[in-house]
Ligand binder design. Structure first.
Ligand code: PHE
Length: 342
């Protein structure tokens, strides 16, 4: 039987023919399978002499089949390589290519600028609890600043640990999340989506902010000013960027400063640089003692500054879009025009 089967394997010219030999030997009704079955009816002595012979037969047939199969497959591949050709001169189909959204582009630019200044990127949830979004930032329940935020509240049933849940109205809760989970010194930026119930040409219910936070010993307003100046010059890629710091109010900073950047009017268009006019670009200040305390740190040891600004607005100022809503329309013509190549 072995010689017979080996000859059949050897002469199989195709994978199909080889498979037929395999079935005839090792299949359910196969000749080798039949021999294997007879072992059940053998006496122990018989099985001792016949067993190894029958199993040896099965093994040698199995490996001969595998060897022949590999041989046939290689031959098949070589034949295809020899006969099939790819026409490299055919023009490739013109597949549409996507672009990088200006918001993503600007976030990447900002992360790179701040990375050079030693800032890491931090993140927090967009569904935030009342304590992180407001209370820990020195905005208690009764504070008028709450009304200014046009907050999207989740229904009471969705409260977590007795905390009302909101869509975060700013990236400032990431300040709290960072200070409560990391030891100072801290240097982070936190870009991300924020939500306010507000919608017109200059407001969309979802927009993007980037937060900055530095906590260390002996940090003062001068550090804040230098950091913002260095950042805005790098971002607008101009040395003639001029900043104007105006006293302002945020519950979580004291003192608070609003920062304007100067522009010049060239051919009727506003161009960043110079000081013919001023545009507000960000809010900032020294982190309030109460905020540092709420995070379990000693405000007599640790001080810092924070800032927050709209990423969409920064994109508009640098790349000259005029309608904020277009950022979120998903209009492919707009995306092709303002998008960036990967
Ligand atoms: N969170 C403030 C806003 O959304 C911006 C800000 C951040 C101000 C950090 C000061 C410090 O308007």
């Amino acid at each position: 039987l072995q010689t017979e089967l080996m000859a059949a394997i050897d002469s199989a010219g195709t994978l199909e023919a080889l498979e037929a030999v395999r079935v005839s030997a090792l299949g359910k009704q196969g000749s080798v399978s039949a021999l294997l079955k007879t072992m059940g009816g053998m006496s122990p002595e018989e099985r001792q002499t016949q067993g190894p012979i029958i199993n040896g037969l099965r093994e040698s047939i199995t490996s001969a089949l595998a060897a022949k199969k590999a041989e046939l497959e290689t031959a098949d591949l070589n034949r295809r390589l020899a006969t099939e050709r790819v026409d490299m001169t055919l023009p490739a189909p013109d597949a549409p290519r996507g672009t990088i959204h200006p918001v993503s582009q600007v976030m990447d630019e900002l992360a790179e600028i701040f990375a050079d200044m030693g800032f890491a990127v931090a993140e927090g949830p967009e569904i935030e609890d009342d304590w992180h979004n407001f209370t820990a930032l020195n905005i208690p329940e009764t504070h008028p600043a709450r009304a200014m935020h046009d907050t999207f509240y989740f229904p009471d049933e969705m409260a977590r640990d007795g905390q009302k849940m909101v869509l975060r109205t700013h990236t400032s809760p990431v300040q709290i999340r960072t200070m409560t989970s990391q030891e100072p010194p801290i240097r982070i930026i936190a870009p991300g989506r924020v939500y306010r119930s507000d919608s017109d040409a200059t407001h969309t219910p979802m927009f993007h902010q980037i937060e900055g936070l530095v906590i260390d010993k002996g940090i003062h307003l001068g550090h804040l000013k230098w950091t913002l100046e260095t950042f805005l010059k790098a971002y607008f890629e101009r040395e003639d960027v001029v900043l104007r710091l105006r006293p302002s109010y945020f519950p979580f900073t004291e003192p608070s400063v609003e920062v304007d950047v100067g522009y010049s009017v060239i051919n009727g268009k506003r161009v960043i640089g110079g000081s013919e006019g001023w545009m507000e670009v960000l809010g900032s200040g020294m982190v309030h003692r109460k905020v540092i305390e709420a995070c379990g740190l000693d405000p007599d040891v640790w001080q810092g500054f924070a800032f927050g600004t709209g990423v969409d607005r920064l994109a508009m100022l640098k790349y000259g879009m005029d309608d904020l809503r277009a950022f979120f329309d998903g209009d492919n013509r707009w995306l092709q025009h303002y998008g960036f190549n990967a």
